[in-house]
Design a protein around this ligand. Structure first.
Ligand code: A3P
Length: 293
């Protein structure tokens, strides 16, 4: 091609993307990545921090398409998304997908190349966080029994499951405990997606060192990391990282995140740790990655 011809071709390419739309054209696109869980492991913090990267866009509320709103159809789903250009990343987060039996297959049907992100944290802390949220919601119906009673004691009257049929001394069928047996849920996903399409975020490290967890997620999304240590400062009251704005003020997550947890009896914590230990090992082997818990 003559030099002039090459220049014209380049100009043409810069003005129009492959599908014929101008390169800066914004439209609602399906997500190419989904934060599928785990509830109470730091999913909101991860999404908020990822959005510091100007190429990452997400709908505000959780969409719940693949679990609750599937019958509304794909166009409804696309409509929930923000407008993006072709070289930006659309992402959504609905942590309830992690435990949904139908979500893995439905997502694969829509896009077998979908990137999946799973935030995990110590299942004992996660269970206490789950309990804290549930007990605040149930306050109107009367005080919920203590975490200890729900986890290892006589929880009849509160749980539909049989509280006398314990597993290693633990009410393993209580949702807050069951959800933390990560390998059981993960297996469904691995039946539909290869492991290298799933990125695991360490929920504890997301609190201690948010920039590094966010940067590795940006790389997984195929983006140059734009989020750095200087973007964060610790909230002096709650002790969780917040976003440091340009004017140095802090933007922290809402009051439903970073709640104060009840003090849990040491013996109960140890029982739960013993309960989860073999389950965690199965999970680590399954995903070929180890965490400190
Ligand atoms: P608690 O409120 O029980 O401490 P999710 O967004 O998945 O529901 O997770 C909520 C949890 O994220 C919070 O549970 C908190 O421990 C954790 N978290 C992680 N980073 C946080 C941050 N920067 N601000 C507030 N909470 C954060």
């Amino acid at each position: 091609m003559a030099p002039n011809g090459r220049l014209i071709f380049l100009l043409f390419y810069l003005i129009f993307a492959i599908d014929g739309a101008p390169i800066g054209h914004k439209e609602k696109r399906f997500p190419s990545a989904i934060i599928i869980g785990v509830k109470k492991a730091g999913t909101r913090a991860l999404l908020e921090f990822l959005r510091l990267n100007q190429k990452i866009h997400a709908p505000g509320p959780e969409v719940h398409f693949f679990d609750k709103n599937y019958e509304k159809g794909l166009e409804w789903y696309r409509n929930q998304m923000p407008e993006t250009t072709w070289n930006e990343v659309t992402i959504e987060k609905s942590p309830a997908y992690f435990v949904s039996k139908s979500a893995p297959e439905r997502i694969r049907q829509m896009n077998p190349k979908m990137k999946l992100i799973v935030v995990v944290r110590d299942p004992v802390t996660r269970a206490i966080s789950d309990y804290t949220q549930a007990s605040l919601k149930k306050k109107r119906l009367g005080m919920m029994p203590s975490f200890e009673r729900m986890a290892v004691g006589d929880c009849s009257g509160w749980l539909k499951t049989n509280c006398t049929a314990k597993t290693r001394g633990v009410n393993a069928n209580w949702g807050a405990i069951r959800l933390g047996i990560y390998h059981r849920h993960m297996r469904h996903w691995l039946n539909h997606f290869p492991l290298d399409q799933i990125h695991f975020v360490d929920g504890e490290r997301l609190i201690r060192d948010p920039a590094s967890e966010v940067a590795s997620t940006e790389r997984f999304l195929g983006l140059e990391p734009m989020v750095h240590d200087a973007d964060f400062a610790v909230d002096p009251i709650k002790g969780f990282p917040c976003v440091r704005r340009n004017d140095q003020t802090l933007h922290c997550l809402g009051k439903s995140k970073g709640r104060k947890h009840p003090n849990v009896d040491r013996k109960v914590l140890e029982k739960l740790e013993r309960f989860y230990q073999p389950e965690n090992e199965i999970f680590f082997r399954l995903i070929n990655k180890h965490f400190s818990w």
